[in-house]
Design a protein around this ligand. Sequence first.
Ligand code: MLC
Ligand code: AMP
Length: 515
Amino acid sequence: MKKKASPPNANLFAALRAAFPADLDAIAVETDNGLHYSWRDLDRASAMIANLLDGLKLEKGARVAVQVEKSVEAMLLYLATLRAGYVFLPLNTAYQSAEIEYFIGNAEPAVVVCTGRNAAWVRPIAEAAGTRHVFTLDDDRTGTLLDAAARCSDKHTVAIKKADDLAAILYTSGTTGRSKGAMLTHRNLLSNAEVLKTYWGWKKGDVLIHALPIFHVHGLFVALHGALLNGSKILWFSKFDPKRIVAKLPEATVFMGVPTLYVRLLAEPGLTREAVRNMRLFVAGSAPLLIETFDEWRERTGHTILERYGMSETAMLTSNPYDAAKGERRGGTVGFALPGVQLRVRDDEGKDLPTDEIGGIQVKGPNVFAGYWRMPEKTKEEFTADGFFKTGDVGKIDARGYITIVGRSKDLIISGGYNVYPAEIEGYINEMAGVAESAVIGVPHPDFGEVGVAIVIPKSGATVDADAIVAELKAKLANFKIPKRCFVVPELPRNTMGKVQKALLRAEHKELFAA
Ligand code: MLC
Ligand code: AMP
């Protein structure tokens, strides 16, 4: 009797593992502190951590929440979580206890991994949320996670996953209310990685400089999956360090960064045509790339930055062309919808807009997430009846298909590639003693692109101190969310409906950080 063929394993890790080069002893990762990891090391270490997770007998779909400094072991923990078939939940290292308490309480992870330094406050938060296993992992290859994994086998059979099974949850803040966990499936991540592999011409011999954090889409998925799916060596930077990166450029072919990274690299005299002689591709995204940076980069290096656009809910949506035959890379645009991505621009009434008209960007495709974690109503609100996701970005498409993002309908500040939601900061300020209300706005900044500025109104008769407000915010919130300036004024500008006119405030303060 003919045996029925079993369906292929849709586990993203299986695809990444299949792309490892035949020579497993070749170097896969070289770190900025002189460590070398072979492909065999990645295979064996991810197997050991996966076996550790398997031994915990977690329920199907269990979440593994991770707030640790960037290290190759942190990447291995990500790969091991995929490999064992669980759901990876990365958390920005800047988050403080109130923020972590919310994420852990909301996601109810079975496993929490934190730094040794933070364990004293993370453990009680995790235990209160019912987490059964708390491990530590530090960026010097120590911690209870690695101690426990060291006792596990280095052979592991990759867990069978369906394409719709969850691979990761990425929290993204909401314009109103608390952060939402974007649920990403194995299909979402693998389809996107495969499209980018072809679109960006990944080829044999490519070497990636990895200098982004690994708790957001850009560093964790776009950069990492790109190199792994191509069996490419990674030059690993635990922190963005422009001088050291410029020194490594001659050994690399691909670099990915948020615009701030390009601005800081341009400030390095060592960034010359000679330094980038072996480079094939510079990719920018996560925030708008100023045309000045795009032009200056081309002049200095002879390379045209390829700008692309994506989000946590969708991974990559659009890209400027890699292949010159498909068109030029146009500064100020985010290029074309990627193959497989349907993208349209609609007005508020849901009518498709013609070429060059500005409206809300909506998208559909295998990359679009499965919804917000335990928020079916919110998920429903963000999709149209015909299944398009409303990105909250505002843009237009020209006659040749180039997409330009002109703004956002969501009240969001993107600072150095990190998202800051004014509503969250205002909520904290408004609760402070003596404060009647506040408005947080984004203003242009030469390094971070945009930064937050707080305008605070005291209660009648109360005195509030701007520095004290900032100090109180610093004690509670991730550092990148702290407004760079705070003003105490008697009132906020309002329209006839009583709504705060943030556009007026932005105009008033737009020169605050002028270079
Ligand atoms: C750091 N600081 C910031 C900041 N980063 N302030 C505003 N915005 C930021 N992004 C502040 C700190 O609060 C601190 O202030 C001071 O700068 C020094 O902190 P640091 O940690 O030493 O900063 P540095 O290492 O220089 O970090 C800057 C950076 C980093 C640009 C390297 O922010 C970064 O790695 N950004 C990349 C973010 C990213 O990967 N985004 C991708 C999202 S995915 P003080 O006052 O305390 O001294 C996505 C989807 C997509 O958007 O399309 O990709
Ligand atoms: P995040 O929620 O962190 O994934 O951030 C996603 C948001 O970043 C998008 O909705 C856009 O507003 C913004 N973004 C990403 N790439 C670009 C880009 N190339 N240009 C302008 N904005 C971008």
